[in-house]
Design a protein around this ligand. Sequence first.
Ligand SMILES: Nc1ncnc2c1ncn2[C@@H]1O[C@H](COP(=O)(O)OP(=O)(O)OP(=O)(O)O)[C@@H](O)[C@H]1O
Ligand SMILES: O=C(CO)[C@H](O)[C@H](O)COP(=O)(O)O
Length: 401
Amino acid sequence: MAVSTVYTVQSLNSTCSISTPSKPFSQKHILFFTTTKRALTRSCRQISCSAEDKTVVIGLAADSGCGKSTFMRRLTSVFGGAAEPPRGGNPDSNTLISDTTTVICLDDYHSLDRTGRKEKGVTALDPKANDFDLMYEQVKALKDGAAVDKPIYNHVSGLLDPPELIKPPKILVIEGLHPMYDERVRHLLDFSIYLDISNEVKFAWKIQRDMAERGHSLESIKASIEARKPDFDAYIDPQKQYADAVIEVLPTQLIPDDNEGKVLRVRLIMKEGVKFFNPVYLFDEGSTIEWIPCGRKLTCSYPGIKFSYGPDTYYGHEVSVLEMDGQFDRLDELIYVESHLSNLSTKFYGEVTQQMLKHSDFPGSNNGTGLFQTIVGLKIRDLFEQIVVSRTAAALEAAKA
Ligand SMILES: Nc1ncnc2c1ncn2[C@@H]1O[C@H](COP(=O)(O)OP(=O)(O)OP(=O)(O)O)[C@@H](O)[C@H]1O
Ligand SMILES: O=C(CO)[C@H](O)[C@H](O)COP(=O)(O)O
């Protein structure tokens, strides 16, 4: 359980407090909080104490069945504590709440239920089946610190259920098909991620889940992917141009003409110049590097592992791309790879490896999907802590002026 220190200072007519981020924190943070504590003592009554409490909003976009839930479980685990549906609420709620994070699923803003979509001949991916005005109003309200009554789309019945109360959390994650589609909602995001799963891999994952776990036939899975494709291309896929980080999942290049989709080539595309986000790099920032770590310190069976890193452009933006093709044989040896990566925003040596080992049963733990999802989770924690520090500093400045 993360422990935070709260400094409280009282003046004639008010009480101000400032809490440190979860431990352990850096020398920079300690210095900042010591200075802040002194300044608080001097000018408590002028400070707006709610600055650091404002909700940070993260957007996660992907098609259905592309690993959003798995990513969310990795992200909430970085903050500690379990994520659970609202207590005593609708058992079919799509919301997950932990101490720090609330994850809401944007399917809850479907304006047409399953029958309504069928009657109108539209898919859930079509903006016409979604209420973006309400999505914007409610995400904005939460960001501004107000609770909302959010609708629930019931995936079991296909109906819209009575709303549930959502209180403003420290970090709000909006995950689903359209977090970056509507310009107003997009501008509320402090950080955005797009999970870009290639058609071949999406197909392999869907077959695995929907055939094995949901009893669907191969033909019906193919038909459902085909039926969604035009709307996916029109409304979902274009959102990746706005994402601050994209996790792209492709078939391996290590096995010629591979069509099994088991070994994956995963690319972490990180936008340059995003406030509070410093891309991860391999060996030397800005260089172009290829690295085959297999040998004495990393056990690799066929087809091995290859990392690449370098600068690139993506939809006209400068980016850094870190790529991993292949899969790990032994997860505990990941520490060898971790020690060659920089800007990971870990709190201690080996934190990436520890997180990966903790969730070794999650899908993708032996390849770049799990590794890069974990890294993005750590970067989001860092971004959150930096935002808190900067908002508090801004409040102090405002108080001094
Ligand atoms: N990294 C991965 N490697 C292999 N398979 C994966 C990976 N991520 C997800 N899958 C497969 O895809 C399925 C869906 O994953 P998950 O539930 O995380 O996706 P989702 O986007 O939340 O789906 P939905 O929107 O339909 O609820 C998993 O059951 C698993 O079979
Ligand atoms: O693309 C989807 C997002 O998860 C779903 O297909 C959409 O929400 C409709 O759900 P259901 O199939 O349960 O009616």
